[in-house]
Design a protein around this ligand. Structure first.
Ligand code: MIG
Length: 796
């Protein structure tokens, strides 16, 4: 059997319609000015209009709702003033906005969400039900499943892109060496996107307890979700585009702020690089072998006896000297900080934390002690704003030594030597003054730790942007940093598994993600390492990392031809940095994923609904990496439009699959017709060359007649800073095409665009009526223009 029986136990409630309590019939309803409150025979139901397309549903047992706090929502989310109407209509109570109709059946209070064409997009299978749990209620919500329903999201989960016919648990877990069906993993995102007959909607179940999601795994006619505590509190988000759902979810839970440019660079890590001379050697190797590198990571061994906010004075006698040597080479240093504080009275962090009452305790007042790397440890209560503030300031010591960013690991929290792998249930947390147990607070431990780190470090770094990486997380984690997919393994199967995982994280509001390149557990073959680098070339977080017991796997260890092939992938990324950075800008505004499954952009094309062995980077670049051993070729599906091969500039027509040759030295990358792709001069680190001159690669429209591309530029490091935003509006004409360049903002470092058009030789090129001289050779048209607003016309 795939799941142990304790997984199934909670679903005993789920499957039974008689077990547990249900709402009963609707006796009365009231318009509250923000939605409706329904008095049912056994409980109350609130249907609140957050926006015309976002409806919040809450179940109140004993005539009341639980305290209304959310760890995931943006602090400033408040219901918009929205016009809606609520009325009684024969067998239902109806609430309508301009985007949706919500019908509540008077006989049993089951809820149906309808779009404006009358299509029932999400229907309760049976009315919500509950059981009294140890803490609050175990609530169950089931919805009707049809044959053409598909599901995405849920953050970091194993399995394919489409979650139909699978069952998941949300409980942050240290899952070293996990496999294709391991569940749960490190992060919990109780948010999914449904696609019903091609129309999308979303559900965010804002409940931090252990929850379960079943998409037709146990019963073929229903899907649903269930908690072990808390209350029923969910947001229904109307589409009909997946994009709309993702943007609206981002509006609720927040977006990832722009990181410093260096965090987009290539990173090297291992458990662990030490002593200082080893770190220096890695940096020098990268430079001498021309492997672009922006960051070296310090894993736990840099600490003194694994005590956080200390460093080993024997291994790193002059940490500041080391970081400044690194900085001179254009390399940043990121170091690990874990939540466990060694319980040792001679250690100042422990002593001051005890004095100030910063650590988690049992309900009887005794300190909670758990074993991690340093031995017995205590753990800060990150749910308490005072503790977050205290912890945030501790980073000063490492910042003073020149450490540039931080890595929060083991924050599920992971505890050694206990069967549960985590804290005891009866450890108590502050939780907005509600004093709640670990059962409620487990899944948001990392979220609160990351908030402490990100906000603390940001305060200490003036106007510099900070960079933090986390292992565990919960919905909303994206506001504070990047996430990686934990301790994967060095196998081709794992390489394939990472892609749907990263794609679903992006669809769950968490765009800044990556996997340990080469695999963490075990040692990759040279071929696997190479393929992993190729697949990760345009992944938002590009970090190679491996465990303590494995061979080295830096790009140069296997020699030729591997080193050169890996270098080619990293170089491609460094040239495309302006394109990638613009995607980071975009997500900071609206939560758009950086890596996108094809279905995100081509939802109408049902061929795309389950594809997860190729992906889009933004909307213009398609990557179809070789994901199997000794692959000489693979099929690539091209969605609508025409696609240029990035290497050969050959064109593939969309709506079809083509067999593409993939000898080891190639990564199949394709560019959508009509794209203006911005590149910069290749450097050995992201900021080596100023962006005074950029190259615009123009891939002319073939079948379509119009397209828009954008380019965002700023200093790449400051939080409040001048920027400029270019847009390139391409239009086909009878005798050629035109591009209107618009510019807003005042960041004027970029003076000049080198233009490369992949086409035959034109007759004439003008920019703002002035003829522009150009060169032509082998399918490439070359010329220069000033980086400013204007209209470019190309005539053939
Ligand atoms: O118990 O710090 O996932 O990236 O190298 C293992 C050592 C603790 C787990 C992380 C991994 C890191 C390792 N850590």
């Amino acid at each position: 059997m795939k799941y142990a029986s304790f997984y199934l136990f909670p679903f005993m409630l789920y499957c039974s319609l008689v077990y547990g309590h249900t709402l009963g019939n609707v006796e009365a309803f009231k318009d509250t000015g923000r939605g409706i409150k329904l008095q049912c025979s056994n409980a109350i139901l609130s249907i609140e209009v957050i926006a015309p397309d976002i409806i919040r549903v809450r179940l109140g047992i004993n005539l009341k709702f639980l305290d209304d706090y959310s760890y995931s929502l943006r602090e400033d989310v408040s219901p918009q003033r929205t016009d809606y109407k609520a009325f009684d209509k024969s067998s239902s109570i109806v609430l309508t906005t301009h985007a949706l109709d919500v019908l509540v059946d008077k006989a049993n209070a089951s809820i149906g969400f309808y779009d404006k064409s009358g299509f029932n997009i999400c229907q309760d299978f049976s009315p919500v039900s509950w059981e009294i749990a140890e803490e609050g209620y175990s609530v169950t919500c089931t919805k009707t499943l049809s044959y053409d329903d598909h599901f995405y999201g849920l953050g970091e989960k194993s399995g394919g892109l489409d979650k139909r016919r699978s069952l998941f648990e949300m409980w942050n877990t240290d899952a070293y060496g996990y496999g294709p069906s391991t569940d749960p993993l490190y992060q919990s995102h109780p948010f999914f996107i449904g696609l019903k007959d091609g129309k999308a909607f979303g559900v965010f179940f804002d409940n931090t307890y252990r929850t379960f999601f079943d998409f037709g795994y146990q019963f073929e006619d229903r899907y649903g979700f269930q908690s072990q505590g808390g209350e029923l509190d969910y947001y229904f988000i109307q589409g009909p585009k997946i994009k709309d759902v993702v943007h609206r979810y981002a509006n609720l839970t927040g977006t990832t702020p722009l990181p410093p440019m260096w965090a987009l660079g290539h990173m090297l890590c291992r458990h662990s690089y030490y002593p200082d001379s080893e770190v220096l050697k890695i940096a020098k190797n990268a430079r001498s072998k021309l492997i672009p590198l922006d960051v070296i990571w310090l894993d736990i061994h840099y600490m003194d006896d694994f005590k956080v906010f200390t460093w080993d004075k024997k291994l790193f006698p002059n940490l500041k000297g080391l970081t400044s040597k690194m900085h001179d080479m254009g390399i940043k240093v990121v170091s690990m900080i874990n939540p466990g504080v060694k319980a040792d009275p001679s250690y100042d962090v422990f002593r001051s934390g005890v004095e100030k009452d910063m650590f988690l305790k049992y309900s009887d007042g005794g300190l909670y002690i758990g074993e991690v790397w340093p031995g017995n440890c205590v753990f800060p209560d990150f749910s308490d704003p005072g503790v977050r503030d205290w912890w945030g300031k501790l980073y000063q010591k490492l910042i003073d030594e020149g450490i540039d960013g931080f890595w929060n690991d083991m924050n599920e929290p992971a505890i050694f030597g206990v069967e549960s792998k985590t804290m005891d249930d009866n450890v108590m947390f502050y939780d907005y003054g509600l004093y709640s147990t670990h059962k409620k607070m487990h899944n948001v431990f990392a979220l609160n730790m990351l908030k402490a780190t990100f906000e603390g470090v940001s305060k200490l770094m003036d106007n510099e942007r900070s960079f933090v990486l986390t292992r565990a997380g919960f919905s909303g984690i994206q506001k504070y940093g990047a996430s990686w997919t934990g301790d994967n393994s060095s196998s081709f199967e794992h390489l394939g598994l990472q892609i749907p995982m990263l794609l679903n994280m992006g669809l769950s509001g968490t765009p800044f993600v990556g996997s340990d390149i080469g695999g963490y557990a075990g040692s990759p073959t040279p071929e696997l390492l190479t393929r992993w680098y190729q697949a990760s070339a345009l992944v938002p977080l590009m970090r190679e990392h491996t465990s303590i017991t494995t061979y080295d796997q830096e790009p140069w260890v296997y020699g030729e031809p591997y080193t050169s092939i890996i270098r080619k992938s990293i170089n491609m990324r460094y040239e495309l940095l302006p394109y990638i950075y613009t995607l980071f800008y975009k997500t900071s505004k609206d939560g758009s994923p950086i890596l996108r499954p094809l279905v995100y952009e081509y939802q109408k094309d049902r061929n795309t609904w389950t594809i997860h062995d190729e992906f889009l980077v933004g909307s213009d670049i398609l990557v179809a990496p070789a994901l199997k051993e000794e692959t000489l070729g693979r099929y690539v599906y091209f969605p609508d439009g025409n696609w240029y091969d990035y290497d050969t500039k050959g064109v593939f027509e969309g709506g079809k699959s083509f067999y593409i040759h993939t000898p080891l030295e190639t990564t199949p990358v394709f560019i959508k017709e009509g794209s203006v792709i911005t590149k910069k001069e290749l450097g050995q680190y992201t900021t080596e060359h100023p962006m005074d001159t950029l190259t615009l690669e123009i891939y002319p429209l073939i079948s379509n007649n119009a397209s828009v591309s954008i380019l965002y530029l700023d200093d790449g490091r400051s939080r409040n800073t001048a920027y400029s935003l270019f847009s390139f509006d391409m239009n086909n004409k009878n005798d050629g095409f035109g591009i209107s360049i618009e510019k807003t903002g005042s960041y004027d470092l970029t003076k000049c665009f080198n233009i490369k058009i992949f086409s035959r030789s034109p007759k004439e090129i003008t920019f703002g009526k002035t003829p522009i001289p150009f060169n032509y050779a082998n399918g490439v048209v070359l010329f220069k223009i000033k980086a400013k607003k204007g209209k470019m016309v190309i005539k053939y």
